[in-house]
Design a protein around this ligand. Structure first.
Ligand code: PEP
Ligand code: MN
Length: 299
């Protein structure tokens, strides 16, 4: 029997060999590079995922798709299935589910932009897979292993968001479940962790920028960040995006909404089109300096 001699939060050499062999690098230069619907992931590429938190209605998602594409996003994001923190919902705050998927699908076709959307339950995978270019597994489901396995078996690329209380070891272990099903197009997303000090009581999470280089030391998978969920606070989204690029992020997820304060979900964290455009321009400059070849659809 294999004994783990160094259990705990560190990823040990033994873990790398025995527990996460598929997620781990074969050599220090090993870095996965793959295409998803025409977008390249890999060294020196920084795809941008942008869109509302929730797919609220048909008109909104089309307006957002059109604008973010024109500004330079690579993927349209938006949840039709939402893990909402409380079960009591106003009509505005209700998941749009299969209707939302249809609106997302219309926007995707109309504006030719690939889509990433969340899956929470295996029973909806079939419907979601008709629309999604990437399946998003949210922070709350990072360790829902049956869901990971079912999602992996569809063969559709997967973004695995880090559980907000999960160690790097937990996160990589969850990713191993997906790779172990033969699905190698896996993107890791740091979306903020729970910690004592978040510098503002409205800021629920802290963007763990250190996990970007820490993860990339061990894994060949791309590591992206989500400054919107991590900061939960609009004014901090731009600086944390630029810092993510500096930390070596392989992509950025951002919440964009035409009227952020009116967003049905998480209205404090979304940015408007003008701010998104300014962010893309600054991000492009920083990424150029750091040797990135592509930032969203720009460069
Ligand atoms: C989201 O991206 O819409 C989302 C719910 O994110 P998280 O799972 O990171 O909270
Ligand atoms: Mn959210």
């Amino acid at each position: 029997m294999i004994q783990n001699k160094a259990p705990g939060k560190d990823v040990s050499d033994e873990d790398i060999k025995e527990k996460i062999p598929k997620v781990s690098k074969n050599n220090p230069d090993h870095f996965s590079s793959f295409d998803i619907s025409g977008v390249t992931f890999g060294p020196n590429h920084c795809p941008i995922f942008a869109g509302p938190n929730m797919v609220e209605n048909k008109e909104l998602i089309e307006d957002i798709a059109s604008n973010i594409k024109q500004i330079g996003a690579s993927f349209l994001r938006g949840g039709a299935f939402k893990p909402l923190t409380f079960p009591y919902r106003s009509s505005k705050y209700t998941e749009t589910r299969l209707d939302g998927l249809n609106w997302l699908s219309n926007a995707k076709e109309k504006f030719s932009i690939p889509v990433i959307t969340e899956v929470m339950e295996s029973k909806y995978l079939k419907e979601i897979c008709k629309v999604a270019d990437i399946l998003q597994i949210g922070t709350r489901n990072m360790q829902n292993y049956p869901l990971l396995i079912d999602a992996a078996q569809t063969g559709i690329p997967i973004m695995l968001k880090r559980g907000y209380g999960a160690s790097l070891r937990d996160w990589l272990g969850a990713a191993e479940y997906i790779l172990n099903e033969g699905n190698n197009k896996v993107i890791l997303c740091e979306r903020g962790i729970t910690t004592a000090h978040t510098h503002k009581s409205s800021s629920r999470f802290l963007l763990d920028l250190q996990v970007v280089p820490a993860a990339k030391e061990i894994t060949h998978l791309p590591v992206v960040t989500d400054p919107s969920h991590a900061t939960f606070w609009r004014p901090w989204v731009l600086p944390m995006t630029l810092a993510s690029i500096g930390a070596g992020a392989d992509g950025i997820m951002l919440e964009v909404h035409p009227n952020p304060s009116e967003a049905a979900v998480d209205p404090l964290q979304a940015i408007d089109y003008k701010s998104f455009s300014a962010l893309m321009k600054k991000g492009k400059k920083v990424s150029e300096v750091l040797g990135y070849k592509k930032f969203g659809n720009l460069i």
